[in-house]
Design a binder for this molecule. Structure first.
Ligand code: KG4
Ligand code: ZN
Length: 339
């Protein structure tokens, strides 16, 4: 059995989790996420320096609360896991330097985790018996990936966004509608009340590859508001625009994911990342997967947006894949780390 204390600080959530990995599976004993929403609301977005300072303040309390919830102490930890990238460099540095301190103080080893692997493997936490081949759609604030997974070790990117990530598009549409940060959840709430569909373009739906593009869709929303002189503070406008944008984005994501699953003869589809918390995306992809007799996996809501359980889980998968932990001295951040 391996006890892992994992830490995540890649953007604006300070998170820690205590994970137990054994032959029987991977178990989360305790998890804490300190959100910085209240702080970044004032600036309608994340200011990196402000995020880093908040991480510094919260790191120790978040770790202590996680150990308390787990009924464990630092002595019980076999291995530390920490997100090394991709993300904001100043935010990542806080987690990395903290873990270096823990490594120095305890002499214990460390595994650096790719944040995107955290999302990729997150559906496994609640569905360890993944049917493969699997097509995995990862939709976060900074990335949009379609991945073909033949095993936990053998996966490759088959499509990605050529411009904005889908979460970024949700956030930008929210800004156009003067909605508070973080925009994605706000747009999805307004979308539920929408009645009129403006039928926005479905970008590169028929491009023949598995890439995505959301910049054009975002611009279409901007032009619609401008050309029809729609008031972004009007509740009906907000609802209709949100629904129309969400319908277009979800339509492309679902259709391309299903096409990929059919092409690669997948047995299952999984969905992860912050935008996987979007109810319409979850239910539409679930429905489309079932129609095509494919298993569908999506983490529960708290495991979609950034958290440290997924980082500890990815570290446990790394160990299963034969990866060796390192000493803390070699740890370094890589804000542009690719999946
Ligand atoms: O994975 P995540 O927490 O952080 C990154 O790794 O980027 O994803 C954050 C993104 C943000 O763009 C946020 O607006 C979006 O996920 N998001 C949503 C919803 N909840 C979070 N987008 C649409 N609908 C939601 N319910
Ligand atoms: Zn993330």
């Amino acid at each position: 059995m391996t006890n892992i204390l994992s830490i995540e600080t890649s953007c604006d959530e300070t998170a820690a989790a205590f994970i137990q990995s054994s032959a029987r599976g991977i178990k989360v004993l305790g998890s804490t996420v300190a959100s910085q929403i209240k702080i970044h609301e004032k600036t309608s977005g994340v200011v990196p320096e402000v995020a880093a300072r908040a991480h510094i303040k919260k790191m120790s309390p978040v770790i202590l609360s996680t150990l308390r919830k787990s009924g464990k102490s630092l002595d019980d930890v076999d291995l530390f896991a920490v997100t090394s990238g991709p993300g904001l460099i100043s935010s990542l540095l806080v987690g990395i330097e903290y873990v270096k301190g823990l490594g120095l103080a305890t002499g214990k080893k460390v595994l650096a985790v790719n944040h995107m692997h955290g999302h990729l493997y997150s559906p496994l936490l609640e569905n360890p018996k993944f049917k493969i081949p699997n097509i995995s759609l990862i939709v976060s604030g900074g990335h949009t990936y379609l991945i073909l997974m033949k095993s936990k070790k053998d996966f490759k990117v088959i499509g990605q966004t050529v411009d904005d990530a889908v979460g970024e598009a949700f956030d930008k549409v929210a800004k156009m509608l003067n909605l508070p940060y973080p925009g994605g959840p706000q747009v999805s709430i307004y979308a539920e009340r929408g009645k009129k569909d403006y039928n926005f373009p479905r970008p590169i739906l028929h491009s023949g590859d598995f890439n995505f593009s959301f910049a054009g869709l975002k611009t279409a929303v901007l032009y619609k508001l401008r050309d029809e002189k729609l008031n972004p503070n009007n509740e009906k406008v907000r609802a209709d625009i949100s629904m129309s944008f969400q319908n277009a984005a979800v339509d492309v994501l679902v259709q391309k994911t299903i096409k990929a699953a059919l092409k690669y003869k997948a047995k299952s589809i999984s969905l992860s990342g912050g935008v996987a918390a979007n109810k319409t995306l979850r239910s539409s992809l679930n429905k489309a997967a079932r129609k095509n007799k494919l298993k569908f996996y999506v983490p529960s809501f708290a495991l979609c947006t950034d958290n440290a359980s997924m980082i500890g889980n990815a570290a446990a998968v790394y160990l299963q894949n034969g990866k060796k932990p390192s000493g803390f001295a070699t740890l370094k951040v890589d804000p542009d780390l690719v999946i």
